[in-house]
Design a protein around this ligand. Structure first.
Ligand code: GSH
Length: 207
């Protein structure tokens, strides 16, 4: 049995999206971030940082949305959601998967934490929104969105001509940017995400 510890709308949806794309059976275990379930000892035993997602299978418990996407795709090679190991396309696939976590998520969270995130949900308690940090998050996102827009101009997907795990990784960051109303200035990126959002796997994962 595979169990996904999740709480939408968060990065746990990357894990749900790949599970749906791959057509795998799994059980959802909601971790209610609003009620503080993430701080419970039972959940900390699964994820010591108290964040989602976590994926428990018969063989391992896996943390980090990128690791879950990459591993599940590798376990299901017949679905062709990743280029061959060692190929040039695989190199670019790794690049964009890591870019999502290392370059997109941090600036989006910097912006979110300092604008939209309810103050009572911020840690440490009493932390205030900082407009300077919000502006830096927005500017950092702008440079990355411009970079992606150039790459995606005239193309449907990030790697080769087909949908891959890289699109799940970057696509979720685009979902975040959409909800933060940051994507409208980048029509190529907006169109890319709109295409991804029409996939049945995305619809099942994001509702
Ligand atoms: N790098 C991690 C980030 C996980 C993360 O920070 N998740 C957030 C939601 S997007 C969370 O669970 N936060 C807990 C909280 O807000 O208390 C991943 O991609 O899985």
């Amino acid at each position: 049995m595979t169990t996904l510890y999740e709480w939408p709308p968060t990065r746990s949806q990357r894990a749900r999206w790949v599970l749906e794309e791959l057509g795998l059976d799994y059980e959802s275990h909601p971790v209610n971030l609003m009620e503080g379930d993430q701080h419970a000892d039972t959940y900390r035993a699964i994820h010591p940082l108290g964040v989602v997602p976590a994926l428990a299978t018969d063989s391992y418990t896996l943390l980090e949305s990128a690791a879950i996407v990459l591993q599940l795709i590798d376990e299901n090679p017949q679905t062709n959601l990743a280029p061959a190991v060692g190929s040039a396309a695989r190199a670019i696939y790794y690049q964009w998967c890591i870019f999502a976590c290392a370059e997109l998520d941090p600036c989006l969270m910097m912006y979110f934490d300092n604008t939209l995130r309810p103050l009572e949900a911020m840690r440490p308690p009493g932390t205030a929104h900082d407009p300077g940090i919000a502006a830096r998050g927005r500017a950092d996102f702008a440079s990355r969105a411009e970079m992606l827009s150039k790459v995606l101009d005239g193309r449907d997907y990030l790697v080769g001509g087909s949908f891959s795990g890289a699109d799940i990784m970057v696509g979720h960051s685009c979902f975040m940017a959409t909800h933060m109303e940051l994507i409208g200035d980048y029509p190529v990126l907006e169109g890319y995400y709109r295409r991804l959002a029409q996939r049945p796997g995305h619809r099942k994962a994001y509702g």
